[in-house]
Design a protein around this ligand. Structure first.
Ligand SMILES: [Zn+2]
Length: 150
């Protein structure tokens, strides 16, 4: 646990957290809806302890990762009808060094100038354009239901 880490603070209070902060929980990983996204269904997949490089994952944590990325991707396809999910990991922003994978639903109508790395357009909009907590929670509940049924 790192005190200055947003991800660890969320993890430490999961019982009280909104559905958007716990789309999916496994022994070693948590999926959440990005709080600062203006694109519905932008997921963050992160280890449940503080690590700042994928190289620090234990074999058990690493073993869960591949199947989870696949399961979450299948869910984004099934629930949101995306063309494919993008998967990105940088962990460079101040206070966000905790390893986290972005799983971004690339929708069929995504404008060509926001494809590929430029999809981060949707994570850098002013707060007034972010999805509301209610919107994030609704998506989280739908994704969770699909994950449980799978
Ligand atoms: Zn952390």
């Amino acid at each position: 646990m790192a005190d200055d880490c947003y991800s660890c603070r969320q993890e430490s209070d999961l019982a009280a957290a909104a559905p958007s902060e716990r789309v999916h929980l496994t022994e070693y990983w948590r999926a959440a809806h990005a709080f600062n996204s203006s694109l519905p269904g932008w997921l963050i997949l992160l280890p449940r302890r503080h690590v700042t490089s994928i190289a620090e994952l234990t074999p058990a944590e690493a073993a869960e990762l591949g199947p989870l990325v696949h399961q979450l991707s299948e869910t984004l396809h099934a629930v949101l009808r995306c063309t494919k999910p993008y998967v990105v990991q940088f962990a460079e922003a101040e206070g966000f060094a905790h390893v986290h994978f972005h799983l971004v639903p690339r929708m069929p109508d995504l404008p060509s100038d926001h494809r590929g790395p430029r999809v981060f357009h949707y994570l850098t909009r002013p707060e007034s354009e972010w999805l509301t907590l209610d919107e994030r929670n609704d998506i989280a509940v739908a994704l969770s239901a699909h994950l449980r049924s799978g």
